[in-house]
Design a protein around this ligand. Sequence first.
Ligand SMILES: NC(=O)c1ccc[n+]([C@@H]2O[C@H](COP(=O)([O-])OP(=O)(O)OC[C@H]3O[C@@H](n4cnc5c(N)ncnc54)[C@H](O)[C@@H]3O)[C@@H](O)[C@H]2O)c1
Length: 365
Amino acid sequence: MSSTYRLAVVGTGGIAHLHAQSLQSNLAGRIEVVAAVDPDAERLEAFKAAFGVERGYASQEELLAAEELDLVDLCTPPGVHADGAVAALEAGVGVVCEKPPALSLSEFDRIAAASAASSADFSVISQHRFGSAAQRVRNMMASGVLGSLAVAKCDTLWYRPEEYFAVEWRGRWETEGGGPTMGHGIHQIDTLLSMVGPWTEVVATAHRHRRATNTEDVSHAIVTLANGASVAITNSLLSPRETSQIRLDFDCATVELDHLYGYGEENWTVTPLEAHVEEVMQAWYSKPRGQASGHGAQFAAVADALDKGTAPPVTAADARHTLELITAIYASAFSGKPVRAGDVDPTSPYYLRMDGAGTPWPDRK
Ligand SMILES: NC(=O)c1ccc[n+]([C@@H]2O[C@H](COP(=O)([O-])OP(=O)(O)OC[C@H]3O[C@@H](n4cnc5c(N)ncnc54)[C@H](O)[C@@H]3O)[C@@H](O)[C@H]2O)c1
């Protein structure tokens, strides 16, 4: 059954505007923005005026006391995601939470426990899972037409100047949870995992080459997948020619994605071996087609799930799997040892903080 779902945007900064635009242009009649929250009165008023939202609140507590909601959309800085998510779930309100969902696995498990005890669900924004080309790759992998995956690359090579870190919450473990691995590469890493399945082991390094942050500005990881393939992942904020890339080399074809902050069909290339051209390209030109990645595509999937009474994507289980890999990258980088899936349990310092017992470099922020 389809209804109109009542959503409140919590945190009305940069990304909240993109959410509201996506909702109003793609989800009109399905998801309605009925209220907004921000302790910064000026930002709140600007957001309400920009999107014709009638009611605003200075805190999420006031929002939950006053409104009947289906969803809160957490567009707050990462350090307040866990408290916001738990409060909404305890009130029986579903949560769509911007990435990263939490600062640590420990915080994440607090959300997961609240979600398990709630009538509502927790989901995380990872908009690049939702382009139709990524879905076709998942379908093609499942059908066997590509053969097995042997090797892959996953690069988030972005550029963020020093001024970017003037925003208080950026560049600190306590408020951002990490540098480009956690805050930026998470998009590609999550999209990659949605295609290639579970990982088993990581060997990684992390570096602070340039920026006056406490977090890394570059990381490299070699990840072994459960299917036996290996993936090289690089996350950088020091790369003037910016690109977001995933390359998958299967037995029968290479599949490549090359974009920056979002992709359409034109950002993908499929290069089959000559012996497999016909069946690979037939599968590649099949449906679904034409849906670009983006918040609109994910919110449509959220509304579809609510209509069907199922848990909206990206589910808590999916999000934890990605957060586990990111945690393992930091744990390997800072311990100098390989880290296997499951190694970071509640007895590990990396369960509590992504920098575990501390970084090899002194704080600068
Ligand atoms: N999916 C994407 O492509 C994407 C892109 C950019 C940012 N993000 C994520 O979105 C989140 C927000 O990033 P941003 O760049 O919009 O940040 P921002 O600093 O521009 O905005 C955050 C807003 O939240 C408000 N806020 C802080 N604490 C609050 C609280 N307790 N309750 C209500 N409001 C509160 C702030 O006043 C501010 O207006 C981050 O987690 C970030 O990683 C995602």
